[in-house]
Design a protein around this ligand. Structure first.
Ligand SMILES: Cc1cc2nc3c(=O)[nH]c(=O)nc-3n(C[C@H](O)[C@H](O)[C@H](O)COP(=O)(O)O)c2cc1C
Length: 292
């Protein structure tokens, strides 16, 4: 499906439209849009962002325009692009995911779904769907049943055994697995004596999480027979190549885009330069090349 291995990470590139005047976004392998819910969401209380050394904490709270507006306003624009757009979906119940997948099925301009399972399962006391192999598999199977689009399931690192979750998701029918979402964290304003983020805790992203993400990708790629998409702290082409050598078939660039909006394209061009220097014609020669 992809012409090259570099995508944007959900929530860090809007709907793509916001960036189309900055560089030729259609050169990317795919664009993954902001997490989409059934209803529009206003998101979390401010402040929603806090910088930490090497990382960024966010608690956006899935602010988004809702699936109906996405289908009406965004998909028709995407339908005119040559770059595939993958819609990231988020729900509070398994039924939310099924309805989202059903509504997005067959919509022109949408090439795939990425299922964000880092969301609280309201009917199970608020634990993340992706924290547990059974609930992760349940969401995956339900989404697969509701759509004919390729389904990418995005794992959370906030679990004790990500390999078990990955295997369960693969067995439930996922077409590919992306990882990782953000790591749960917090920061405190010592002068104000309160958490810096309006919702107390948030998700940590950026270079600080890269070694954790890389190892999880290494583990998951060794355990499942599906394409794995690596994500977490990728800022440069060499970061991306590490993920590919760990076993990822593609990568996503997120937080790096906040300091350099062109980061995904810079990463792609850097991979191409590396391949040329190494005399490699096919990226497949690099996938898993760093494994032992
Ligand atoms: C501001 C912000 C918003 C995000 N929103 C979403 C989202 O809506 N859905 C999702 O699956 N991941 C979301 N993420 C997680 C990223 O897609 C990515 O998995 C994570 O940030 C790690 O990659 P990075 O270090 O390259 O940013 C968000 C991350 C950030 C920083």
């Amino acid at each position: 499906m992809l012409t090259n291995p570099v995508m944007t990470a959900s929530g860090t590139f809007g709907y793509g439209t916001e960036y189309s005047h900055l560089f030729d976004i259609e050169q990317l392998g795919a664009i993954v849009c902001k997490g989409t819910t059934l209803e529009p969401r206003e998101g979390s209380p401010q402040p929603r962002l806090a910088e930490t050394p090497g990382g960024l904490l966010n608690s956006i709270g899935l602010q988004n325009i809702g699936v109906e507006a996405l289908i009406k306003e965004k998909a028709p624009v995407w339908a005119g692009w040559r770059v595939p757009v993958i819609v990231n979906i988020a729900g509070e119940t398994v039924d939310d995911y099924a309805r989202l997948a059903g509504l997005l099925d067959g919509v022109a301009g949408i090439s795939g779904l990425e299922v964000n399972i880092s969301c609280p399962n309201i009917k199970a006391g608020g634990a993340e769907f992706g924290a547990n192999a059974d609930s992760a598999a349940g969401v995956t199977a339900t989404v697969k049943k509701a759509t004919s689009l390729p389904v990418l399931v995005k794992l959370t690192p906030n679990t004790t055994d990500i390999v078990r979750v990955a295997i369960a998701v693969a067995e439930a029918g996922a077409d590919a697995i992306s990882l990782i979402n953000t790591l749960r964290g917090m920061a405190i304003d010592i002068n104000g004596r309160k958490p810096l983020l309006g919702s107390t805790s948030g998700g940590l992203s950026g270079p600080a999480i890269k070694p954790v993400a890389l190892y999880m990708v290494y583990q998951v790629a060794g355990a499942v027979d599906l394409p794995v998409v690596g994500c977490g702290g990728i800022t440069t082409a060499s970061d991306a190549i590490e993920f590919i050598m760990a076993g990822a078939s593609a990568v996503q660039v997120g937080t790096a885009g906040f300091t350099n909006p062109r980061a995904p394209l810079d990463v792609l061009e850097g991979i191409e330069q590396f391949m040329e220097k190494e005399g490699i014609n096919d990226i497949k020669e690099l996938i898993g090349a760093g494994r032992r």
